[in-house]
Design a protein around this ligand. Structure first.
Ligand code: LCS
Length: 392
């Protein structure tokens, strides 16, 4: 019987414990697994027999999360990692070699940008950052050695939306992998693999876990590529192994993903409309607003409009600083996708690893404020913003 997305959020990956019947997956807080005999150990190492060996190579708590997220993203297989950066770097180290070229969106989460712009050149991997929304320019920028096209389904923090189907076509014509960071959307909002992407990565720290108490990452794709990410990227290159306890918390969080994300998005629409009505605001970027420049694309590839907002106040950075220090219910903190609403200043916080020139090229202005809309009553969120506006 085929089960629908919401049912899979609850059920997929969880099987009653064979020994005790425990419905919730027990925490396998172990570094190693005993073999019955030497032959069994040898067979497992050779990959001739299924079974656990050592937690860096796999653990039942990882398997449960991997089954669930692979199914929710529509991929054959998934790999969990110790952080979103652990998943991203494990995927990229697996896919790329010295001499390869990456085409990347000009705006990406600060540490991903830093990995590509500041770290990879040391190992002979070059990246061209560009406006991936212009598909003919992307086609022209592909080089014979382009192995990866990399984007975020919605760019952190500028809210540019990647045309995933269009980019996937270009990647496939050129024998490159399209890797999409789907952190801002979650599979409730956008499913990049269905649009033709090869690999999806997440900071599972955000909506997938949803409770602000775990740092984790995942990668989803074909069984063949994810097998390589596990055996090369995670095992040898990064060693970015998640802890079994954090995998347990992540699985627990994902059981309510289908309930939380639509509520986050509904709250965000109300907050965005309120911000748009305020005279102090120069610009609000939220895909659900009529004035959003990529509204048509958002309607095509997003089921909801997400719960992240970028905003610029007329008073620039000085007004923004005062504003983010004046909210009481909205917490001044980085991260996103938590139950609590968060507000921060990308230029001095999440994207501060970029130089002034890199920030300008990425479209991150000094006055940009980023808001992650949580699960509170939206009227309380708006009341708090009203009092912060009054303090300007
Ligand atoms: N990808 C995106 C789109 C992110 O926003 C982040 C973290 C990562 C990857 C990395 O994930 P992590 O290793 O932290 O699990 N984003 C953060 C942010 O915007 N504020 O604080 C962290």
């Amino acid at each position: 019987m085929t089960r629908r997305f919401d049912t899979e959020c609850v059920h997929c990956g969880t099987h009653p414990d064979p020994q005790t019947g425990a419905l919730s997956t027990p925490i396998y807080q172990t570094s190693t697994f005993a073999f019955k005999n030497a032959d069994e150990g040898a067979r497992r190492f050779k990959g001739e027999e299924k079974g656990y060996i050592y937690t860096r190579l796999g653990n039942p708590n990882f398997t449960a999360v991997e089954e669930k997220i692979a199914l929710l993203e529509g991929g054959e297989a998934a790999a969990v990692a110790a952080s979103g950066m652990g998943a991203i770097s494990s995927v990229l180290w697996t896919a790329l070699s010295s001499g390869d070229h990456v085409l990347a969106a000009k705006t990406l989460y600060g540490c991903t940008h830093s990995l590509l712009s500041h770290q990879f050149p040391r190992f002979g991997i070059e990246t061209t950052f560009m406006d991936l929304t212009d598909l003919s320019a992307v086609r022209a920028a592909v080089k014979p050695n382009t192995r990866v096209i990399y984007c975020e389904s919605i760019s952190n923090p500028t809210m540019a939306i990647a045309d995933i189907a269009g980019l996937a076509k270009i990647a496939r014509e050129n024998n490159a992998l399209l890797v999409v960071d789907n952190t801002y959307c979650s599979p409730v909002v956008t499913r990049p693999l269905e649009l033709g992407a090869h690999v999806v990565v997440h900071s599972a720290t955000k909506y997938l876990n949803g409770h602000g108490d775990v740092i984790a990452g995942v990668a989803v794709g074909s069984a063949e590529f994810i097998g390589r990410v596990k055996m090369e990227g995670l095992k040898d290159l990064t060693g970015a192994t998640l802890s079994p306890f954090d995998a347990y918390l992540l699985l627990r969080g994902m059981k309510t993903l289908h309930l939380r994300v639509p509520r986050h998005c509904g709250n965000a629409m109300k907050v965005a409309e309120f911000l748009e009505s305020r005279p102090e605001v120069a610009e609000v970027r939220y895909p659900g607003l009529d004035g959003f420049p990529q509204k048509e694309l958002a309607g095509r590839q997003m089921k909801y409009f997400g719960a992240m907002i970028a905003m610029e106040l007329k008073g620039g950075y000085e007004a923004g600083k005062k504003f983010i220090e004046s909210t009481r219910l909205w917490t001044l903190a980085v991260s996103l996708g938590d139950a609590e609403s968060l507000i921060q200043h990308p230029a001095s916080m999440t994207h501060s690893a970029l130089s002034d020139e890199e920030q300008a090229a990425a479209g991150i202005s000094k006055g940009l404020i980023r808001m992650s809309v949580g699960l509170e009553d939206p009227e309380d969120l708006i009341d708090d913003l009203k009092q912060a506006f009054a303090a300007l």
